[in-house]
Design a protein around this ligand. Structure first.
Ligand SMILES: NC(=O)c1ccc[n+]([C@@H]2O[C@H](COP(=O)([O-])OP(=O)(O)OC[C@H]3O[C@@H](n4cnc5c(N)ncnc54)[C@H](OP(=O)(O)O)[C@@H]3O)[C@@H](O)[C@H]2O)c1
Length: 343
């Protein structure tokens, strides 16, 4: 590689703005890795939370590079990488470190971007898609049926609380591709958005009677569980009460959450209801990762059944714009993803 690498560094816990400076050239990729020249990156709430609180990053890891979502061009591949080659356009999910010009990533959470999708669109997906997939399909969470390109309705309904969030947006689309009916909970202004993604029922999270309305509407349906895509103990408690009312066995008296393992839910839990935890990239260690990233995602994007949602809002060009993106995510977004063009 000839071009100089640069990164937007978090120099110390809670420091702001990020410092854009030269970064080391990436080492040659190991056998399972590839190097991507970033064209567009997206910001996640966790990036903003880490910058604001200093959580997760040990003191010795500074200066630190945030960022999990990248789309760009492959510039080098390791000896075992057969799914992509230099010159391919790809999207990828990294554990962290995407806020730089050259990203070294494991091949497991990488796939080609079809021609009909722009880099600024593709980069909205990676972490939100992975997180939703873990919550819905992993054996230690809801363990639902996996998505297929020829989706076959199975007549079962899943409640997706937080349908307009980035994770929920992916969750609705994954559930439809897996054959489920979806009942989405979102703000009123995003009800049409959720329906356009495929939601069969929508509920307003601000309604005082939302729990009652959900239970009344779904009580005669074949119920498959709750995915709570909002990190709130009160909402998880509400989801647990709903699962208690609508579920009739241990599999559907279950709330898959976006709480990371270790963030133990301490709230009330009706007898017989269980909670699942999610670590966004754990699917690369089990059958869910290949089912989504190797078999389903690229053709689903190419045929339009999977959409790059929430829509990107491009806040700037160049790594200098990443801080503006972090600030915007920290102040809250609704049904949109904050994106920075890199090249
Ligand atoms: N465990 C992990 O590995 C992992 C990985 C990634 C993300 N996460 C977590 O997952 C959560 C979602 O992330 P994200 O990127 O999807 O967030 P996001 O897109 O920034 O979430 C914003 C959305 O949340 C919705 N929302 C807020 N309060 C709500 C409520 N009471 N009921 C229903 N919807 C509500 C808003 O919907 P309206 O505008 O319609 O009100 C808004 O569209 C975050 O807490 C994040 O930290 C965890």
């Amino acid at each position: 590689m000839s071009s100089q690498n640069e990164a937007a560094y978090l120099d110390a816990a809670r420091s702001s703005p990020l410092a854009v400076k030269d970064a080391p050239e990436p080492a040659p990729p190991s056998s399972n890795q590839l190097i991507i020249k970033a064209k567009a990156i997206a910001v996640n709430p966790m990036d903003a939370m880490i910058q604001q609180t200093g959580m997760i990053v040990p003191p010795e890891a500074y200066p630190y590079i945030l960022g999990c979502d990248v789309a760009g061009e492959v510039v080098a591949v390791g000896s075992s990488v057969a799914k992509v080659k230099p010159g391919d356009r790809v999207l990828a999910c990294a554990e962290r470190g995407c806020f730089q010009k050259f990203n070294t990533v494991d091949q497991s959470l990488v796939t080609k971007i079809p021609q009909n999708v722009k880099d600024t669109e593709a980069c909205v997906l990676p972490l939100a898609l992975c997180t939703a997939a873990v919550t819905l399909f992993q054996k230690d969470t809801l363990a639902l049926d996996l998505p297929r390109l020829d989706a076959r309705p199975n007549g079962k309904v899943v409640l997706a609380w937080g349908g307009a969030s980035a994770v929920g947006t992916n969750g609705i689309q994954l559930l439809k591709a897996a054959g489920y009916d979806v009942a989405a909970v979102a703000g009123n202004r995003n009800h049409q958005y959720c329906k356009d993604l495929g939601a069969d029922y929508v509920f307003d999270h601000k309604s005082a009677d939302v729990e009652k309305e959900i239970i009344e509407t779904l009580k005669e349906k074949s119920f498959a569980g709750v995915a709570c895509f909002i990190m709130s103990m009160d909402i998880i408690a509400a989801c647990a009460r709903i699962a208690d009312q609508l579920g009739d066995n241990p599999k559907n008296k279950f709330v898959g959450t976006v709480l990371a393992p270790g963030m133990n839910y301490q709230g009330p839990l009706p007898d017989g209801v269980s909670i699942g935890y999610t670590w966004g990239d754990s699917l690369k260690y089990n059958e869910v990762g290949p089912a989504i990233w190797d078999k389903w995602l690229t053709p689903a994007l190419a045929n339009g059944s999977m959409k790059c949602k929430p829509d990107p809002e491009v806040v700037g060009k160049g790594l200098e714009s990443v801080q503006a993106g972090l600030d915007q995510v920290a102040s809250g977004v609704s049904a949109k993803k904050i994106v920075i063009e890199i090249a």
